[in-house]
Design a protein around this ligand. Structure first.
Ligand SMILES: C[S@@+](CC[C@H](N)C(=O)[O-])C[C@H]1O[C@@H](n2cnc3c(N)ncnc32)[C@H](O)[C@@H]1O
Length: 199
């Protein structure tokens, strides 16, 4: 599977993640999609252990296909993970980094809060959560394209749509993330980088 959007933002995501890992880091990706991002990350950072997940069996197969095609030995077999389900965070070995791109606008606010709480549980003390995607700024949709996309999402399901950056800060703080940096990314996206408390 190939997603043009994943191809477009892959280099910028790689550059950001480079600054968040060290050799031997274990990194869990939520909603890995086609596998383009994690295979690019694994190629660029061969000393990091990558753990892809998704809810969709076709996408899990696509991730495996990229891994095999590129001969990557630092990507674990992809596993099914519903990141909006309560309980997954404590059910697996702790990781140093959890990363997610482009899912939060497709789920409800309640599911988003659950995902953040579970990611906090999945991290070892001092671990990092990176959340990338389109967001409102202080309640405002800041481009015509974002306003259209958000309206389309809400028309398909009134419970989903863009989350607000201020709500994100509250939800991250509530989940125990003490330090949160917000990075402006291309195409008007944001990347939240949150550190869990170290003890
Ligand atoms: C817009 S795609 C983003 C894929 C990839 N992260 C990217 O940026 O190209 C959304 C992905 O989220 C997955 N997904 C949807 N609901 C999910 C859930 N509850 N838990 C985990 N993944 C989910 C879909 O299967 C799909 O692969």
């Amino acid at each position: 599977m190939f997603a043009p959007s994943a191809d477009r933002n892959s280099a910028d995501i790689c550059e950001l993640i480079q600054s968040l890992v060290s050799p031997k880091t274990h990194a869990l990706e939520i909603a890995s999609g086609t596998g383009q991002h994690i295979s690019a990350l694994a190629t660029a950072m061969p000393d990091v252990h990558w753990h892809p997940t998704d809810v969709d069996s076709a996408r899990l197969a696509s991730i495996s296909a990229y891994t095999q095609e590129l001969g990557l030995t630092n990507i674990a077999g992809p596993i099914f993970l519903d990141a909006t389900a309560a309980g997954w965070g404590a059910s697996m070995p702790a990781v140093d980094l959890v990363l997610l791109t482009n899912l939060l606008h497709l789920i409800s606010a309640g599911e988003c809060r659950t995902l953040i709480l579970e990611a906090a549980q999945a991290l070892s003390p001092g671990g990092t959560l990176m959340l990338y995607g389109p967001f409102k700024r202080s309640g405002v949709l800041t481009s015509d394209g974002d306003a259209r996309f958000d309206a389309d999402l809400r028309a398909s399901d009134p419970n989903i749509g863009y989350k607000d950056d201020l709500d994100m800060r509250t939800w991250l703080s509530d989940a125990g993330f003490a330090r949160v940096a917000v990075n402006q990314m291309p195409a008007n996206n944001l990347a939240f980088v949150a550190r869990s408390t170290s003890s």
